[in-house]
Design a protein around this ligand. Sequence first.
Ligand code: EPU
Length: 413
Amino acid sequence: MKAVEVIGGYPLNGEIKIQGSKNGILPVLAASILQNGVCVLHNCPDIRDVRETLEILRELGVKCEMRKHTITIDTTGMQNMAIEQEKTEKMRSSLLFLGALLGRFGEAVLGRAGGCNIGKRPADIHMNAFQKMGALIEEQENFIAAKGRLKGADITLRMPSVGATENIMIAAAKAEGVTVIYNAAREPEIIELAAFLKQMGAEIYGEGSTTIIISGVKELHGVEYTNIPDRIVAGTYLLGAVATRGKIRLHQVNHEHLGAVKVVLRQMGAIIQEMPCGIYVNGENAYRPIEKVKTEPYPGFPTDLQSILLSTLAVAEGESMLYENIFENRYLTVAELNKMGADILVDDNKLRISGVDSLYGCPVEGQELRGFAALVVAGLVADGRTRIENKGYAERGYENIVRDFMGLGAKII
Ligand code: EPU
């Protein structure tokens, strides 16, 4: 995989537009096969996970194409209900095709889902839910087969899994009867998936709260839909601005999706101004550490920004404590940051970050999608040059992280 070289010491300064949301569009792409017709989806990010998902759709016999940021999907006559492991193992979100195929055909065979190396990521919550809805599930080492015309059920999630909430919503949209999801995830991406399904004709209530009610309908129809902005990509650049004590303005952002991030940035001393479709941050005086920050399901601080926050806190003036509560192994970037002079200690899920005066550039390796972005942010504040291997990870979720950071004044080769 390719590498980038970041030349440190330049505060971020400037303005850019934020891409459409990865975690918003992936469930929408899966859910689009519930209808037999055409969907036109706008503001889709041109990233690897989206392109891989289009490959899955093609394997299923769906006609799809992406022009600029608009994807057209024609599911008329699709017949295939099996997806090879070679395709599913590239992304965790391939699991959402289980609910979608069950919803369309009452049958699905999927290779095992893959995804970033951030924890065990079992699928028990998904499987238990489908079984409760009447599916027969056979799990083998390399594939999952599911069969059954689904019926509505009361389902209580043992934790508010984003993917399981989405998978159940997708499957329940065309199931017979009413499904109620208790302890559901409340992420903005859940609200958006509900909006998309409702536009197609589904009956859904309560999305955004912990109880979601889906009353199954017989048919859904094609629609034109616009994807939400990517709150994690926006958060990446906001944290980069604060780490470098810079000033940036981001357009095409829904700042309401960044509530917990704004709280942390303000605690560090940043000035934030919200605009109708954007956000401005001034990090010139943002050097205070954070006594305690925990990653939590939305509306808490997102786990996807944990490693990037580490880079920012690594150069704060004092000691911060960060607790990772979502994934049990999302610490791969710590060793790389410590190579650059950061002082971060991991004890179980507790991270103690003792702020240092400066980091120094050295060769480091991106270990996963958000970890790569965290190392770019660290490279921006480091003295000298930081060579970061494995840019391919970033390409899963950032349209062009180098272009964006350079648009904000970063020096990257
Ligand atoms: N979990 C289980 N069993 C399950 C499902 C989840 O134990 O059946 C556990 C997971 O192992 C994890 C926790 O529950 O410890 C939360 O997982 P969740 O299901 O909520 O995550 P996900 O749906 O797999 C989505 C995002 C992730 C994001 C998480 C948490 C997509 C495509 N992915 O994953 O995004 O970190 O929610 O917010 O929406 C990223 O974009 O970098 C990324 C990893």
